[in-house]
Design a protein around this ligand. Structure first.
Ligand code: FAD
Ligand code: SF4
Length: 510
């Protein structure tokens, strides 16, 4: 009899079209899926993230069985659980007398290395659930002085034909971002994303997660994420009908108590394989063609997926396994406890952290310009910032999280992803949100006891990194402004910024 091969399906590989499944034979091979502690514990994941992955895995296994596959599934609390992916593969190989494993390349270097070390015949298949292969990206990047998303994005538009009219972009422009920076008024009523009541499978998983990970940062219930492809498609359609039309206008806006604004909240589904990036973009494009969503919204949305999402993945694999440990600005401060929910007087951080705790979600500008901006201004060790983002969001997987955090948000890669650091004073937050109206600090105060910490730390950042950034074309004006200020004011701002950092270090409320 021909020996079965084992087909590994990881928790973020829940796609029928997975390359390892395509390479396998339903009548001969055995799919291996395993809930293991090594994956659940390598960072203190948000309980909702663990629940999302485990419940989706269980339902995907049931779906594969219904489709005729033999599935060897290990639950987290099974007594013979080997505790790690390599351990489970060895255990199952022994049980099924198999010596070959078919697998799709994992999305992070840590697991890639672990699988390479498994002492069995390991047959790897590239993960082609992306629009751009690792090889294509490497070729595109070769010889370029700078890797900029906008140029990459145009190639992807041409390649996919999305929003193209012949060789030209729909509407005559590639990018409509200039129309997409409107603040939202406090009385705006963003639609709520579609959520799903827990069924029996989800309820079992929630109980398990509560028992094992109840002490991790994050609220487990209410849990409303989709855990099947059908549900994820419903959530996508709901977004396209109710939120996409204004996605562009309010893409950067933030409002107290409104965590999702007009965003899609589909990254968890894309990242674990329940949705396919091209189908998502095609549905958005169809809404534009049907006159149901404007071009600035649809272009902006598609750019996030075929542009940013594919671009950061390309960077992650191009830059290599050391990427998440980079620290170009030599920042060394410990992550302030406020990131784990300890009280802060800063209304913006308090809002975003509380929302993160309750929903395992924050939209891009909340991540970049509130939590990310503050960590960068305060000089927090990027490795700690990276671990935080990897832990607290339901969509956090290293290939996408690390370039966004280490690169875009913390400038720790020295400018591979971003051409200048994403730092701002409180001004930006005041313009794009209503957070400052409920804050103990005064966003207009540049110094003095009520001065917004973002204002103080912004200028201290500019001052302490003069050597690196003064020559940057895009930052010259900022240095000119700083140098043009009264010398005593500069001294006072720097000294108050130091006090603020000292309070952070001492664990005093800021
Ligand atoms: C510090 C930091 C950490 C981040 N960590 C993650 C992460 O762990 N996982 C993750 O998927 N995204 C991450 N992002 C990118 C972005 O914030 C999320 O993709 C987005 O907020 C997801 O919410 P949404 O589905 O409502 O997105 P929308 O705003 O509705 O956008 C639609 C889709 O575009 C894609 N997208 C948008 N922006 C980006 C981006 N910068 N990089 C990659 N894809 C993007 C996502 O798949 C998203 O679902 C991070 C951004 C920052 C600044
Ligand atoms: S005043 Fe400063 S700290 Fe307060 S919400 Fe505004 S930006 Fe945040």
């Amino acid at each position: 009899m021909v020996k079965p091969r084992l087909v590994l399906v990881l928790g973020d590989q829940l796609s029928d079209d997975l390359s390892a499944l395509r390479a396998a034979d339903k009548d001969r091979d055995v799919v291996v899926m395993a809930e293991v502690m090594a994956e659940a514990e390598y960072v203190p994941h948000h309980p909702q993230k663990i629940a999302l992955v485990l419940a989706s895995m269980r339902k995907f296994a049931a779906h594969l069985r219904k489709d005729g596959w033999t599935v060897a599934y290990t639950q987290l609390d099974d007594t013979d659980n080997a505790g790690s992916i390599p351990g489970e593969l060895l255990r199952r190989a022994e049980g099924y007398e198999a010596d070959e494993i078919l697998y799709t390349t994992p999305g992070e270097w840590r697991l890639i290395a672990a699988l390479e070390d498994v002492p069995l015949r390991m047959t790897e298949h590239p993960d082609d659930r992306f629009l751009c292969s690792r090889e294509w990206f490497a070729q595109w990047a070769e010889g370029r002085k700078e890797l900029r998303m906008e140029w990459f994005y145009r190639e992807m538009r041409r390649d996919t034909g999305l929003l193209m009219e012949g060789d030209d972009p729909a509407g005559g422009q590639w990018n409509y971002d200039a129309d997409n920076r409107k603040p939202a008024k406090g009385d705006a009523a963003p639609p709520k994303p579609l959520t799903f009541d827990p069924d029996e499978v989800v309820t079992d998983v929630l109980d398990l997660v509560d028992a094992k990970f109840g002490n991790n940062f994050g609220t487990l219930r209410p849990f409303g994420y989709a855990t099947t492809r059908d549900q994820a498609l419903k959530a996508l359609d709901h977004f396209i009908t109710h939120a996409l039309p204004r996605f562009g206008d309010y893409q950067d806006a933030m409002l107290t108590g409104e965590g999702t604004m007009w965003h899609a909240v589909i990254s968890p589904y894309l990242n674990i394989g329940l949705l396919d990036p091209l189908e998502v973009c095609q549905r958005a494009e169809a809404a534009y063609q049907a006159g149901k969503a404007p071009l600035n919204a649809v272009e902006g949305f598609i750019r996030q997926i075929i542009g940013w999402r594919e671009f950061v993945r390309g960077i992650y694999f191009l830059e290599g396994p050391d990427y998440p440990t980079r620290n170009a600005l030599k920042h060394a401060r410990a992550l302030p406890p406020l990131y784990w929910g300890v009280e802060t007087r800063m209304a913006c951080l308090s809002q975003v952290v509380a929302q993160t705790r309750d929903t395992a979600y924050a939209h891009h500008i909340q991540r970049l310009m509130v939590t990310g901006n503050f960590a960068l201004l305060a000089g927090v060790d990027p490795a700690e910032v990276h671990e935080w983002y990897l832990s607290v969001y339901a969509d956090a997987f290293e290939w996408v999280e690390a370039p966004n955090t280490v690169g875009m948000s913390q400038f720790a890669d020295g400018g591979v992803v971003a051409s200048k650091p994403y730092v701002s004073s409180g001004n930006y937050i005041a313009k794009m949100s209503d957070y400052c109206t409920g804050c103990a600090y005064d966003v207009k105060a540049k110094m003095g006891k009520d001065a917004c910490p973002f204002n103080l730390l912004y200028w201290q950042f500019i001052d302490r990194h003069r050597e690196r950034f003064e020559g940057n074309q895009r930052m010259r004006m900022i240095y000119r402004n700083w140098d043009g200020r009264d010398a005593d004011d500069r001294k006072q701002i720097l000294s108050e910024a130091e006090d603020c950092l000292a309070r952070l270090d001492a664990g005093d409320p800021v």
